[in-house]
Design a protein around this ligand. Structure first.
Ligand code: SF4
Ligand code: SF4
Length: 449
């Protein structure tokens, strides 16, 4: 039996679609995504059945049926690909004032009621006092109340955070007097290679924008309230992927273990890399969790081209979404900055809202962006978010786990993530597919250990 050109093209379309859904089913099975696996297998079988049915059609019908399938697929591809991808950039609408680290939520809750800085802070910010005091009544994140729920996990996280605390003194040091002679381009390549070699998955460089440097210390080894004078020329920002299986348990204890583990890895990388740069004769300082950040990582990560800021306020990368932790060092070593990127996250977040719908504390806005300190963004209700952390005793991460961009870093999900950058319609189709295969409110997964 010879096939016409239309039959061959139609059959190729059938095979591609069946193969795609079959691979989807197998990958989902490996990922223990039961719903996605069953549904994609069912879709693959349904299309295969239609394909077989076409072969039993009378000859005259068959040719036009296959031609119709090919035409339909071509029309869908064109419809989805056009108009080209939306490119709403992240918007800064006026000059940004430096943020005082004492105002951020973690600094406020580092203070004990009636501790040394308590009165001074709330005299300056009486608007925060009653809501903060109300949250203070809840058990602390690593308090015995939470630890007893899963001593293995919570004590492991506590040990990881303790290890971080011990690293705070190693973030800076002596600069060697002899400077290595490399061009800025060579320095950039060397530092990025070193940081990747030490364990980072992504790395970018930007000029250290003073707008994103904190004005005063709120945490860390430097005296509380001291003015921050960080004048380095560049920030080297990197990302480390977080384990997908651990994050899928959100908001249970594995997410806290994984967060702390990745902070330890980020600290190791930035401390060693900063020391190496000082040995090469240039000033460099590691900024590590624990905490001694002197600048804000998400906006600097955006400037360094690692990703875009999403609805839940975190950086979303093309490779892992927000399922990663950032690390940073700042330096005077001459470098070539990267350019910030736009891959359509601002548009995707407008239609998606999956994090907002799943957020247990309703901290993520459902509506449009508003201006906060010169930046147009979705403003998180940080108190609601942190209150929930104290209730569950972890850093929650439900928003990270449900985000369609947080899927595993493999060929299938990378293809889908890339597909979603094609156009507005591709974004709608990606979102529809994510809801259909994984659910609008995905179930949390059991702990891997
Ligand atoms: S971490 Fe949890 S509580 Fe906070 S914004 Fe994300 S989902 Fe909401
Ligand atoms: S879940 Fe959706 S809306 Fe939320 S950050 Fe991810 S892509 Fe944006």
């Amino acid at each position: 039996m010879t096939m016409t050109v239309w039959e061959i093209l139609g059959e190729i379309a059938f095979v591609c679609i069946i193969l795609f859904f079959f691979i989807f089913a197998v990958v989902s099975q490996i990922e223990k995504e039961k719903r996605a696996s069953i549904r994609s297998f069912f879709v693959a079988c349904l299309i295969a059945a239609v394909n077989v049915f076409f072969f039993i059609l009378p000859l005259s019908f068959r040719k036009w049926s296959f031609a119709g399938v090919f035409g339909l697929c071509a029309a869908i591809i064109l419809y989805v690909a056009l108009p080209p991808r939306p490119k709403h950039p992240f918007q800064i609408v006026r000059s940004i004032n430096k943020v005082d680290e004492r105002d951020i939520i973690f600094s406020r809750f580092d203070m004990r009621e009636n501790g040394p800085h308590y009165s001074e802070y709330y005299n300056r910010h009486p608007e925060n006092k009653s809501k903060d005091d109300e949250i203070r009544k809840l058990p602390d994140i690593l308090s015995p109340h939470h630890v007893k729920k899963h001593p293995v996990h919570f004590n492991l996280a506590a040990a990881e955070f303790e290890f971080l605390e011990q690293q705070l003194q190693h973030v800076d040091g002596e600069i060697h007097s002899v400077q290595a002679e490399y061009t800025p381009k060579e320095n950039t390549v060397n530092i990025k290679n070193m940081i990747r070699y030490l364990g980072a998955d992504l790395c970018g460089v930007c000029e250290l924008d003073q707008a994103f440097v904190y004005s005063h210390t709120g945490r860390g080894p430097e005296p509380y309230g001291s003015e921050i004078n960080l004048k380095h020329a560049y920030a080297v920002v990197f990302a480390i992927e977080m384990d997908q299986k651990m994050i899928a348990t959100a908001p249970q204890s594995p997410v806290l273990v994984e967060t702390a583990k990745k902070y330890v890895e980020a600290a190791k990388i930035s401390i060693i890399a900063a020391q190496q740069i000082r040995m090469m004769g240039y000033a460099a300082r590691a900024h590590i969790a624990g905490s001694n950040y002197q600048a804000m990582l998400p906006p600097l990560g955006w400037k360094a081209g690692l990703g875009e800021l999403g609805r839940f306020g975190m950086l979303i990368t093309e490779k892992f979404g927000a399922r990663m932790r950032l690390g940073m060092l700042t330096t005077d070593c001459p470098l070539i900055p990267d350019k910030s990127i736009t891959f359509g996250i601002q548009n995707f977040c407008e239609i998606c809202k999956k994090c907002a719908e799943n957020c247990p504390s309703q901290a993520i806005p459902h509506e449009g962006k508003t201006e906060e300190n010169g930046v147009m963004k979705w403003v998180l209700n940080r108190e609601n978010c942190y209150r929930y952390w104290r209730k569950v005793g972890t850093d929650c991460a439900v928003c990270i786990s449900v985000c369609p961009y947080s899927k595993a870093d493999n060929g299938l999900h990378s293809f889908i993530r890339h597909f979603s950058t094609w156009s507005k319609r591709a974004q709608s189709l990606t979102l529809w597919g994510d809801d259909f295969f994984y659910g609008r409110k995905p179930k949390r997964k059991p702990s891997p250990f």
